[in-house]
Write a protein that binds this ligand. Sequence first.
Ligand code: AMP
Ligand code: GLY
Length: 442
Amino acid sequence: MSSSPPSASPRAPLTPAHILVVGGGARENALAWALGRCPGVERVWVAPGNGGTAEVEGCEQLAVAESDGEGLLAAARERGVELVVVGPEAPLAAGLADALRAAGLAVFGPGADGARLEASKRWAKDLMVEAGVPTAGHWCVQSVAEGLAALERWGQPLVVKADGLASGKGVAVPDTLQECRQAIAEAFDGRFGAAATTVVLEERLEGPEVSVFALSDGERLVLLPPAQDHKRVGEGDTGPNTGGMGAYAPAPLLDAAGLEEARRLVLEPTLAALRQRGIDYRGVIYAGLMLTAAGPKVIEFNCRFGDPECEALMPLLGPELAAVLQACATGDLPQAPPLTIQPGCSACVIAAAAGYPGTPRSGDRLEGRPEARPWRQLFHAGTRRRADGACETSGGRVLALVAQAEEFDTAFARAYEGLAQVRFAGMHYRRDIGHQVRRRGQ
Ligand code: AMP
Ligand code: GLY
């Protein structure tokens, strides 16, 4: 652990001076902020960014969609970009990293082959079974009849998952057999986005969930502090699932020994299995773990940083981050300095728009801003600039308020204090984020 502030360090070897971050959420806002702080980084472009990216010091917004591979390549070439960091899963699954790499750019983010870890639950389950990675027992079914037959044989409600990407809405966790039958029928009927052709049924596990992120250069891994997300929209973990309403790190649920166990049981065998399949995975392996009575088990893999976990994590990472991501992108982690982790706790609370997680309302004007403090960050997500320069809502999750302190109580108090200084019509947020680690209430 190092307590030196980022600016005290000299420029690390291999630090890219010009970086392009692809994506437009609070995750990308946080990545751009953290990379822009690394000594030696001169400019960070964010495409397409959001209403807040241009306010990040050293950052510029580029009006190029994350799905526009040719536009991104042209923009990167024109600006002398040395490293591209791809935030979201959809462009990774569509092969953006492959296209940019083929054109000679260093890219942090797996190719379409590795992104299947997230883009196909069936593929990921096969890989886990092959690699002996602990996960829930499962059945892949191709029709409602096949699904119902598997359910009757099992005799207890199963978790129902669409095989492909579904923007976080591809999972049903039914409580009864009847609800489960209905979920199977709905999964084949388009409830999980496009009507599924393959559905994964999974044994239901019990236990707290924790998110573990490993940075991979294709051969080696660097693990980040574990983080905890809050998926439900309502306080007390009630109501429908969301993309995530808040997070904190490091999650004490997984101490140093637990993290090493996760490395040994989950991340190393997964990377080895990817390599065995000829996949040179350069990016984040995100393991969503459930800590069951029988040990940690993988609930899901993602091929990117978690959102909002990334927002909580970035302020804890040292000034070597840009060099470390660059070394992952070039397949040469030993070239990078060790990534230091700042001591202390980081808390993130998400403010969402009216209607979220259903259809969110757009166009509500943002007012106020948190007082500037070295230990607090405001990251934008679903926001955009109006012609008059004002900022308005344009998505479900609108803002991430992040703060650090020695203890979680203070970190959360600082985050909530910052949130109280911002307003927009319909704004809602959970007041109990971090209840697992706070001694006092809000
Ligand atoms: P996912 O979209 O894969 O992150 O799943 C959404 C949520 O469903 C997870 O965060 C878990 O809370 C829950 N879930 C997924 N798989 C299981 C399982 N096998 N057992 C219990 N809960 C699960
Ligand atoms: N925070 C959950 C996710 O990014 O999928």
